[in-house]
Design a protein around this ligand. Sequence first.
Ligand code: DGL
Length: 262
Amino acid sequence: MDNRPIGMFDSGVGGITVFKEVIETMPNESMIYIGDTASFPYGSKSKETIIDLTKRRIETLIQKDVKLIVIACGTATSQALEEVQKMFDIPIIGIIKPTIKYLKKNNIKDIGIVATSGTIRSNGWEKEIMKEIPDAKVQNKACPLLAPMAEEGWTENEIAKLSVHEYMKDIKNIEALVLGCTHYPLFKASFLEEVGEDTKVINTGEMVSLAVKEYIEENNIKNDCKVKPTYSIYLTDTECNFLNVAKQLIKDEEIIKQIKKI
Ligand code: DGL
């Protein structure tokens, strides 16, 4: 048993899509989330910068005494996970491997990946997919406008629909579309409209929450439930629209009210 919280971070509000899934899957676990809004967006930055930002967010979470860290960000997972796993002793889970586990288990081979420019440039998804599913066919598309639009709360308007339509126009004949940036589940309705109902649209947060549950159970580090779970959300800068978008995902007013600057 281990009553310490699970730590999690992203560049902004996107990782809240993962936070939400983890709370739903493990309602007894406490959580600490950092939205690195001062450094948003991660998607357009160099690999060196992403490694540095990831290292610093992990150091902050370790100082807050978390038991496990989730990188709730596709950009940081694809460019920095391997490096930070070598630097720190704490278990660190990213969003790519748990999702590929699902694709493999379901024998999915024609795969579309939409993600930030940094993630697509790193080829992080395709490299890992080919290791696990060597005969997979992967179609990649960088969608650099979507994460900034999500931070702005523009996820369901006409501009959101048109942008998703434009980004999706070359992706054809896929069995599953991976939303490889954690901001993109906010556009799920538009992506579903593009691919049609026979194609599975994957929210990586769902896969990550199952991986975290499995890790916690296997390693016997569950919260013993003697103390009520607590949720803390910190931002590195508060001049942003984080609160308004987070409210769409987290219905618990108490969690929203205590969001503060780190
Ligand atoms: N939500 C992040 C990701 O999954 C980062 C988006 C960004 O900051 O550009 O890639």
